[in-house]
Structure formats: structure tokens, C-alpha cells
Write a protein that binds this ligand. Structure first.
Ligand code: ZN
Length: 98
């Protein structure tokens, strides 16, 4: 990931961390829902190590647009959905990997 993107995501994560640290973070938007400070810390650590943006499950790069929505994401949308399970979703739309 280019240096400027690293800086961009570091700033985004720092902002999230600030918002989480605020007592009674009620003004928190949907972005912050269900996010723990540990997730933010882990994402910052990945930035330092240079492994940021790589999915933990399939080791593919998480699309930047996805990271902008969820800078703390540790897996791509597809793996995330697989982990959470297709509950409430119609079966048969599953894309199988070779
Ligand atoms: Zn993945």
C-alpha cells in the first residue's frame, strides 16, 4: 500500500479511536457500531507491520473502498459474510473459489 494511503488510514483510525475513547460515544455513527478499541489497535498495528488491508482469511487485498468504509476491517467482505453466515440470505448465490 502506498505511503500516502497508509497515512490516510492511520488518520482515519486515530479519529475512530478518539470517538471510541469519548465517554458515552452516542454521536457515533453507524461506522463505529460494534467496533472495539482492540480492533482499532490491531488495525494500527497492521499498518505499522505493513500487513494492513490484507484479508486474514483469504490473504487477498481488501478493496480500498471497503477499507474506507471500515478502516478496522481485518477480512474482506466476502470472508466477513462467510464468517457471520448467510443467515437470512437466500442460498444458491454462493460463489465458489477454485
Ligand atoms: Zn477474504
Amino acid at each position: 500500500m502506498p505511503g500516502e494511503s497508509v497515512a490516510e488510514f492511520r488518520t482515519a483510525l486515530m479519529h475512530l479511536k478518539d470517538r471510541l475513547a469519548r465517554p458515552g460515544a452516542q454521536g457515533a455513527g453507524p461506522l463505529i457500531r460494534g467496533v472495539t478499541p482492540e480492533q482499532i489497535e490491531a488495525a494500527l498495528a497492521r499498518l505499522e507491520r505493513g500487513t494492513y488491508g490484507v484479508c486474514h482469511s483469504c490473504y487477498l487485498l481488501i478493496p480500498k473502498g471497503e477499507l474506507l468504509r471500515r478502516p478496522y476491517a481485518e477480512s474482506c467482505k466476502r470472508c466477513e459474510e462467510r464468517r457471520v453466515g448467510p443467515r437470512g440470505k437466500k442460498a444458491g448465490t454462493h460463489v465458489s473459489q477454485p
